[in-house]
Write a protein that binds this ligand. Sequence first.
Ligand code: AP5
Length: 231
Amino acid sequence: IGQEPLKVMISGAPASGKGTQCELIVQKFGLVHVSTGDLLRAEVAAGTEIGNKAKEFMNAGRLVPDEIVTAMVTTRLSREDAKQKGWLLDGYPRSLRQAESLEKLGIRPDVYIILNYNHFDCLGCISRADVDQKCIGRRLDPVTGKIYHTKNFPPETEEIKARLVTRPDDTEEKVKSRLAIYKQNAEAVSSVYSNITTEIDGNRPKEVVSNEVDSFLSQLQQDKVKGPKAE
Ligand code: AP5
């Protein structure tokens, strides 16, 4: 009783493996996964007004206007399940303005995880080739929402394989734009969370990455349970 649930933010360049790790975090910690990319893709698929507005930006590999995304995120985070179970925010904030919107509302995570491409990552040296390889091979299962990769994680059955789809923004040209926008914004966004940042090398087998994420979050959860009261 009275124990605050975990609040986690995960960030990283396009195709750094955020969605893949989020699947595993949700399974283990039961947090509510709030992915702005997924929420926007669902709006597009449903043909809503938001979806129609967002579509042109997404398909061009550009950011959707802040007002649209911020309203979507804050509405979702204020729902009872997110308050009760805790949340995992994936793909937001992506600009300083978005981070400031959350700060103004007093919405702050316990940890800001940056999934890096490798140990020696710097914003200027994320390789285009790596990002291209991961994006261009990515496939989504529209039925389960699961993320596959033609080489790294092929689907389990022929039936799944037949229904997989490609994201319209996973072409070389659009990936280039997404990566450039990420590089422009990453430093400013992470500066807001510098005292609660943990960097994890995402360029290793996904089980290795998820073991590291898992032990980090387990520790964090234990620390929260102990809380200041126990001291
Ligand atoms: P979003 O969906 O958030 O796209 P993204 O940030 O570019 O991230 P991705 O989904 O491409 O990659 P990921 O890191 O989740 O990687 P994944 O796990 O799939 O956003 C899409 C668009 O929506 C934006 O461009 C923008 O238009 C709009 N939008 C979203 N948020 C917004 C915001 N806040 N403001 C404004 N606009 C916004 O993995 C990639 C591939 O690699 C997969 O095939 C996977 O199987 C494979 N893989 C994963 N892990 C590994 C591993 N360890 N080893 C080998 N392969 C791996």
